[in-house]
Unconditional design. Structure first.
Length: 370
């Protein structure tokens, strides 16, 4: 590839100049969008900033951004900085909705109530598709419909939802969304991220920051410095696609094309249901003996409100649990303050993997209790 030099931009089955565009169609089925509504570019938070710069246009009456409590820190920081860019008071303009006292996840009716009561002052609703800590899958179509009915733009960070659950961004009418590819899409840390802007905004929402790759390809090389902006999300592209990152994402998306999200979701429901059953069977409060550790699942039990992730908390400090799991070859995903995320991914995990994990966890709890 390096031997091609500058010719790599224009020759071969996948010229570098359109490397990202040649695989955006493979992403379409995963997020439920038209190909022209998707751009593969940058990192997730960079894309979130670019989108918010265009969708968040506060006025004296409509100046808030609504997001869930304990959103992923990067989203929280992005919202804070966007508010600061507009000279807004963060405490007054950053509307955070929290779970009810004693509960871990948000109730849909509480989200909709806030939107109904305060929607006239909310400019943008920005939620996770699936909460990184609790594993709660939010009702994207219901939140979108309610927000838009009040005149809000509605967007989602799909970092933990893409490749995990079925998405239908176009049909749901979502205004904008962004996601990474290094979680369920398996490209590794720093993998190429994605962005979505619904086609209804193709000619009305324009990027606040533009670059060469937002210029129409047919005239891009005329170098006349007269911008011919690509309509829609592709006008948000700024720089040359990083071809090595394109290649790793391409490899993953080809596998997803063969597997299909519908089949993966069907297996995921069964696989995660089996994990939930086994945990409740062996470690729940009513099953555990007095000396045993109780394992709680804070992720919703309803399959429509979760993906493949279950977040576990324990009745004892988890430091030693983590250490003992690692000794047994289990790579742990600890999240502060006291959670362990367990995700039987249907693309490569089996029911036997779940069975082995339960046996290992039994062994671990037995060792930390003695």
């Amino acid at each position: 590839m390096l031997i091609k030099g500058a010719y790599g931009h224009s020759v071969g089955k996948r010229p570098w100049i359109i490397g990202d565009e040649t695989i955006s169609g493979l992403m379409a089925d995963i997020v439920g969008a038209n190909e022209k509504e998707i751009a593969l570019m940058n990192g997730l938070t960079v894309n979130l900033h670019l989108l918010l710069l265009s969708f968040f246009k506060p006025t004296p009456k409509r100046y808030k951004i609504l997001l869930e409590a304990k959103a992923f820190p990067s989203d929280h920081y992005a919202v804070e900085s966007q508010l600061q860019l507009h000279g807004l008071n963060i405490e007054k303009s950053m509307r955070i909705i929290k779970p009810r006292e004693g509960e871990d996840t948000l109730r849909l009716e509480d989200i909709l109530e806030v939107i109904e009561n305060e929607g006239d002052s909310i400019a943008v609703i920005l939620f996770s598709g699936l909460h990184f800590y609790t594993g709660q899958l939010f009702n994207i179509p219901a939140i979108t419909k309610a927000g838009q009915a009040k005149g809000c733009f509605v967007g989602f960070d799909l970092a933990h939802a893409v490749g995990n659950v079925e998405l239908h961004l176009h049909d749901w009418g979502v205004d904008f969304a962004c996601w990474c590819s290094y979680k369920y899409l398996n490209t590794g840390a720093g993998g190429l991220a994605g962005a979505f802007v619904h086609e209804k905004h193709a000619y009305t929402i324009k990027p606040a920051l533009v670059g060469w790759f937002g210029h129409e390809l047919s005239t891009r090389f005329q170098m006349d410095n007269k911008l011919q902006l690509i309509p829609g999300v592709n006008g948000f592209r700024i720089s040359n696609p990083p071809i090595l990152l394109v290649c790793s994402l391409h490899a993953s998306l080809e596998i997803f094309k063969q597997a299909t999200m519908k089949a993966l979701r069907r297996k995921s429901i069964l696989l995660t249901g089996y994990l939930e059953y086994m945990i409740k069977q062996y470690f729940s409060q009513d099953k555990a003996e007095s000396k045993k550790t109780v394992v709680n699942i804070i992720t919703p039990s309803c399959i429509a409100e979760r993906g493949c992730q279950l977040t576990l908390t324990f009745s004892i400090p988890i430091k030693h649990i983590i250490q003992e799991l690692e000794k047994r070859g289990v790579v742990c995903d600890k999240r502060e303050p006291d959670g362990i995320r367990v995700a039987p991914v249907p693309l490569y995990n089996s029911f036997h993997d779940v069975y082995k994990f339960i046996n290992l966890l039994t062994s671990v709890l037995g060792s930390v209790e003695t």
